[in-house]
Write a protein that binds this ligand. Structure first.
Ligand SMILES: NC(=O)C1=CN([C@@H]2O[C@H](COP(=O)(O)OP(=O)(O)OC[C@H]3O[C@@H](n4cnc5c(N)ncnc54)[C@H](OP(=O)(O)O)[C@@H]3O)[C@@H](O)[C@H]2O)C=CC1
Ligand SMILES: O=C1OC[C@@H](O)[C@H](O)[C@H]1O
Length: 381
């Protein structure tokens, strides 16, 4: 007889866009992605407004998430007009923080201090000091904590990682080019969360985590790199008049591989839906298709004669891994498995790799002159 799946009992903080995608994704039938060991319930949803939380439930999970639809738990999703209500709900065992960047530290702290595990949207915090403090609370209470870098769990990312790390498909890695940019400049008001200083906006914090995720997954985690931090990180930042960055680029060197990552992000240009990440090796290259944050396919392009300089390519092979929904469910499933197994950090997105990210971003901001508005950072180094 097969065992009943483990049910992650989520409490959602903030009823904005990404919380709705997360909620819809974990409400999809588990069978649609062949998962049988874990499932999900949305136990509670919290907003600063009760009616917003009620409307959110009606729109995104009227019958609860997958585990509730399958009758694995008896409770319905409850709406709260405060975040604290969610934390105190006895049916919640893990909190998803989908609030604005400048709220992440305090909202995650509320969850952890309330004794709940926590999945925290990217960027985890505003700086490394805030993250270190959250980690210390989580560790002292033996609670799970993870930054929600969902791209790390995307099947295209994992297939490419295997192709490069295990199957040597494109040979020695030489360069990784990764961009995620958005067409925001002159299209949105200065009060928009991406452009406003008081909301800790800017390209680096909002979409910079994705080029960095590719660098970490493909170069930092390369078996021959031995999880050695980048030797050098260089950056260029262009600021907007509000004080946030309109465009940032950073390079990261990995001498053990003789490989370099070129990462770019801006709020100036339309996202090319086709190809924004490209990985070049000695035998050919991989062209990631779709947004850098949620790719659906990749192209494998091999040199006909790898030993020759500037040689011709063999015909392209397209590996199509298209999926339904937004694609946050793989991350949610991985978190549920961690809880099921009693882990307090996720091997695919461990606490120290978020710390590394926050330290890299702190240094890039320092180099580029991006200082947060007074009072935004709750812990400073
Ligand atoms: N993983 C991913 O692909 C994505 C991740 N993100 C991340 O998720 C977070 C939220 O982004 P997104 O959903 O697009 O943003 P939204 O503006 O759509 O939602 C943010 C929510 O934060 C809550 N909030 C709490 N305090 C404030 C405040 N002072 N001002 C405004 N809102 C506040 C609000 O919830 P309420 O009113 O209900 O209390 C609001 O709905 C960001 O940190 C972003 O980086 C965003 C998009 C994609
Ligand atoms: O994480 C994100 O990915 C998609 C973008 O649209 C969004 O601004 C960002 O927060």
């Amino acid at each position: 007889m097969s065992q009943a799946p483990f049910v992650a009992q989520w409490g959602v903080l903030g009823c904005g866009w990404i919380s709705s995608e997360f909620t819809k994704d974990v409400s999809r039938p588990m069978a649609s992605r062949g998962v049988t060991d874990v499932t999900h319930a949305i136990a509670a949803v919290g907003s600063r407004s009760l009616s917003k939380a009620e409307d959110f439930i009606a729109a995104n999970c009227p019958r609860g998430a997958a585990g509730q639809q399958d009758g694995l738990v008896g409770f319905k999703t409850k709406a709260y007009g405060s975040y604290k209500g969610v934390i105190d709900d006895p049916n919640v065992n893990i909190v998803y923080v989908g609030t604005m960047n400048m709220c992440h530290y305090e909202d995650a702290k509320l969850a952890l201090e309330g004794g709940k595990h926590c999945l925290l949207e990217k960027p985890a915090t505003l700086n490394a000091a805030e993250w270190k403090h959250l980690v210390s609370i989580a560790k002292s209470k033996n609670l799970f904590l993870m930054e929600a870098v969902w791209t790390r769990f995307n099947p295209v990312m994992l297939a490419i990682q295997k192709a490069i790390h295990e199957d040597d498909v494109i040979g020695e890695i030489r360069c990784l080019y990764s961009d995620l940019s958005m067409d925001v400049y002159k299209k949105r008001e200065d009060t928009d969360r991406l452009l406003a200083a008081e909301l800790a906006g800017g390209a680096l914090l909002d979409i910079g985590p994705y080029p960095l995720a590719w660098t970490m997954m493909i170069l930092y985690r390369h078996p021959q790199n031995g999880r050695t931090a980048a030797e050098k990180v260089g950056s260029t930042m262009m600021k907007y008049h509000t004080g946030v960055d309109l465009a940032t680029s950073f390079t990261m060197t990995f001498p053990k591989l003789n490989a370099i990552a070129y990462c770019t992000t801006n709020l100036l240009s339309a996202v090319q839906k086709h190809q924004n990440t490209r990985i070049v090796g000695s035998k050919g290259e991989i062209l990631v298709q779709g947004y850098t944050s949620r790719p659906q396919k990749y192209i494998l392009r091999l040199f006909a004669k790898p030993e020759k300089e500037g040689g011709a390519f063999l015909p392209d092979e397209t590996i199509d891994m298209s999926f339904d929904g937004f694609g946050l469910y793989w991350e949610a499933d991985a978190v549920a498995r961690c809880l099921k197994d009693g882990l307090t950090e996720c091997p695919e997105m461990p606490l120290d790799e978020t710390l590394m990210t926050m330290e890299i971003f702190d240094n890039i901001r320092k180099e580029g002159g991006y200082e947060f508005s007074p009072g935004l950072e709750k812990v400073k180094s």
